[in-house]
Design a protein around this ligand. Structure first.
Ligand code: NI
Length: 263
């Protein structure tokens, strides 16, 4: 029987103190069949904590990088530290990186593009895939990635994919995979559900993006946890009319292929 995998979560904050701490969170994940979690950094500090968690717990791997909304914290030299983290045996990708034009007070588009450029280049230099965050910037992200396609040799993941079903073809042409989380279980998630149904099995992955975006049937509770990835995958199997065990197995294989350092 294949296990579940949460390919994108954030376990580095204090959100889990109220529910027994990280150890309890990981115990509950295990008890619910979750065998691997990839903890994503979003700045240097969180990337360093994620690395530490990966050294403490066998089932934890991590990504290192700067999220586009967190660039105010970026200091010259931070990317060199991210580069060092990338050589860690449990660092599976550069991430999460990308463009986020959702809030007016986000870092400027210019700043976001500059760091996106440098981190994409870094991923190529260290030979790792990228985990992409893109919000309200579909066309810009697509054009940017097309322009720098040569840096996507190790592939990448559109995490928590939220754009149109039609656009998936454009991202597939760039060699990217897709992961889905809580929003794919929401009643108002029709567009995302259509994506889940359409995407080829070899490109589909599962995540929680916790502590946010808790899936149905626990939607609205905080914090979300890796154990809940099971509700996402069970729902995906239903949407795709696929055997659950087969889908779980496919997702684990997809994850191992993309994040090739996973054991
Ligand atoms: Ni995230």
């Amino acid at each position: 029987m294949a296990g579940y995998i949460d390919v994108h979560c954030h376990l580095t904050g204090e959100e889990f103190d109220s529910v027994g701490g990280i150890e309890a969170v990981l115990d509950r994940a295990k008890a619910n069949g979750v065998e691997t979690v990839i903890c994503s950094g979003f700045d240097l500090a969180s990337s360093l904590i994620a690395k530490k968690l990966s050294e403490q717990y066998d089932e934890v791997y991590f990504c290192a990088g700067f999220h586009p909304s967190e660039l105010d914290k970026y200091r010259e030299g931070d990317l060199e530290e991210i580069r060092v983290l990338c050589s860690h045996e449990k660092c599976v990708a550069v991430g999460e990186i990308g463009l986020d034009y959702h809030f007016d007070d986000n870092p400027t588009k210019e700043t976001q593009r500059e760091l996106f450029y440098r981190q994409l280049k870094l991923a190529d230099e260290v030979g790792l895939p990228v985990v992409l965050h893109s919000r309200d910037a579909a066309q810009e992200t697509l054009e940017f990635l097309r322009e720098h396609k040569e840096w996507l040799k190790k592939g990448g993941l559109m995490h928590c994919y939220s754009y149109s079903p039609e656009m998936t073809a454009d991202f597939i042409a760039l060699g990217l995979s897709f992961s889905f989380g809580g929003p794919s279980t929401f009643k108002n998630g029709k567009k995302t559900q259509e994506c889940v149904q359409r995407i080829p099995a070899r490109l589909i992955l599962s995540e929680t993006d916790c502590p946010y975006l808790t899936p149905v049937p626990y939607r609205g509770t905080f914090p979300n946890e890796p154990k809940n990835v099971k509700y996402v995958v069970d729902h995906m199997a239903e949407l795709r009319n696929e055997n659950l065990e087969e889908l779980k197995n496919t997702i684990v294989q997809n994850a191992k292929k993309l994040f090739f350092k996973l054991k």
